[in-house]
Design a protein around this ligand. Structure first.
Ligand SMILES: Nc1ncnc2c1ncn2[C@@H]1O[C@H](COP(=O)(O)OP(=O)(O)OP(=O)(O)O)[C@@H](O)[C@H]1O
Ligand SMILES: [Mg+2]
Length: 262
């Protein structure tokens, strides 16, 4: 059975339900394994999306008429040569950038129709982003880095504390809460970044080369953690990677090349 993060910690989350959209890593939907042949709902629908950049007055097409449908509970790996537009596509799905044409529906919201301020709010509720170089704030402790996304919510200090400690416990770093990023290994920093990505219980986790800067053992640790978030907590994950071993952890692998998705 799927677990909530709160069950891991054996703490009650019922008092959060009216404050934050979902309690700490809630999971009411059945996991892929539980579904046994039931077609999962589509969580991400990229419809005829095109994106180009302007450079020196020239238009450089990056994505051309891309279609991608990602079911709820999926673990998808996106591969392709450098410069093929993987990060661009991920940023469009995560509401960090906008396409020139097409629609991107995530959890029934058309991300392309949101205003700038709606988009920031939407991202805070729906997206957990994991970057190649962790993107932790160096002057904040692991605890404070993980707490950061919750400062955008109405959660009380006490509730934030519960969420942060639970997220750090899931990534196995309860004993490193007061460490600063530079006092942690690369693998540990990426685990803090994952705790930060899951602390607000996002609908979708997007990861851009999450193991790209790690040694082999740390990479395996991070991939095992992502696999666990997918299988145990039913988190839908889209992961960009150059590493075939990382991609092999996913259920589905798609290749982006020359603006097209195969
Ligand atoms: N902000 C931008 N302005 C101009 N061009 C950009 C911008 N962002 C990306 N590009 C260009 O778009 C193309 C796709 O870039 P993108 O970062 O999506 O590739 P990628 O597949 O993620 O590559 P990598 O594997 O090296 O990370 C590249 O040619 C890049 O130079
Ligand atoms: Mg990239």
């Amino acid at each position: 059975m799927p677990k909530t993060l709160a069950e891991v910690e054996n703490v009650s989350t019922t008092n959060h339900r009216d404050i934050i959209e979902a309690p700490v890593l809630s999971n009411v939907a059945p996991t892929r394994k539980d579904r046994k042949g039931i077609m999962p709902n589509t969580l991400v629908d990229v419809e005829s999306v095109s994106k180009s950049y302007q450079r020196n007055g020239l238009r450089i097409p990056v994505l051309e008429n891309i279609n991608l449908s990602v079911p709820e509970g999926e673990f998808l790996a996106l591969m392709g040569p450098s410069g093929s537009g993987k990060s661009t596509l991920l940023n469009l799905i995560a509401g960090i950038d906008r396409p020139d044409a097409g629609n991107i529906i995530v959890a029934n919201d058309d991300v392309t129709k949101l205003s700038e301020s709606q988009m920031a709010d939407w991202r805070a509720h729906h997206i957990g982003f994991i970057f190649q170089f962790y993107n932790l704030i160096p002057v904040l402790t692991a605890y404070e880095n993980v707490e950061l996304p919750l400062l955008l919510t109405k959660l009380s200090k006490r509730d934030r504390d519960e969420h942060v400690k639970t997220a750090l416990s899931v990534v196995g770093l309860s004993d490193r809460m007061k460490h600063y990023p530079k006092q942690l290994s690369g693998g540990q920093q990426q685990r803090v970044a994952i705790a930060r990505a899951i602390v607000a219980d996002p609908t979708l986790i997007v990861a851009d080369e999450p193991t790209g800067d790690l040694d082999k053992n740390s990479a395996v640790e991070i991939l095992t953690l992502l696999e666990r978030l997918n299988e145990e907590f039913n988190k839908t994950i889209i992961m960009v990677t150059h590493d075939q071993r990382a991609a092999d952890k996913a259920h589905t692998i798609r290749h982006l090349d020359k603006g097209e998705l195969q």
